[in-house]
Design a protein around this ligand. Structure first.
Ligand code: ATP
Ligand code: MG
Length: 164
């Protein structure tokens, strides 16, 4: 587990780009936190770290449920806010993208219920408005556990303070 305090939009951007650069094909990142916590803001920076051209990145997929981008691998940005639970998720056809051939980033993953994949990086964001964001990053499964030291090193190199 790793705790971060992201003081500014610039630091959110740096953290997101680190995640995008460290991502591997088949990865899943789950972004939790209340309305306005910064999940979409972080997802946009993850896209940048995956080399999705900034002009291609539209916005949050709240209405479309899923938006696909092409970077050094595909990015599937999913927003489950409008889904009510597992049945909705299964009907939506999103399961094909939850673990896929690129990086999948999911906002409001609590809607997935028992459909949450075993291997994922759990990111919880706390804070609103202009406040600093408290972020707790927990690896679930071997894929992300193996990269936690790299993630910590990259954060430290970007002057993002890391607490264990
Ligand atoms: N340090 C910060 N970190 C993240 N966002 C910040 C920060 N400071 C200000 N903001 C602003 O907070 C807002 C966060 O909105 P964002 O859409 O990313 O949240 P969200 O978690 O995706 O919300 P939703 O649940 O509605 O999808 C943005 O307008 C962003 O500019
Ligand atoms: Mg959002």
């Amino acid at each position: 587990m790793m705790r971060l305090v992201l003081q500014s939009l610039r630091q959110i951007g740096e953290f997101g780009r680190i995640l995008g650069r460290i991502a591997q094909r088949g990865d899943v990142i789950l972004l939790s936190g209340s309305l306005g916590a910064g999940k979409t803001t972080l997802a946009r920076s993850i896209a940048a770290g995956l080399d999705v051209p900034a002009e291609h990145y539209v916005t949050s997929p709240s209405f479309s449920l899923m938006l696909e981008y092409q970077g050094r691998m595909p990015l599937y940005h999913i927003d489950c806010y409008r889904l009510r639970g597992e049945d909705d998720v299964e009907e939506s056809g999103l399961m094909d993208y939850i673990v896929a051939d690129g990086l999948t980033v999911v906002e409001w993953p609590d809607r997935l219920g028992g459909l949450v994949p075993a291997e994922h990086l759990d990111i919880r964001m706390d804070g609103a408005g202009e406040q600093a964001r408290k972020v707790v990053v927990t690896p679930r499964g071997r894929r992300w556990l193996e990269r936690m030291d790299d993630l910590k090193t990259a954060c430290a190199a970007a002057s993002i303070p890391v607490e264990n």
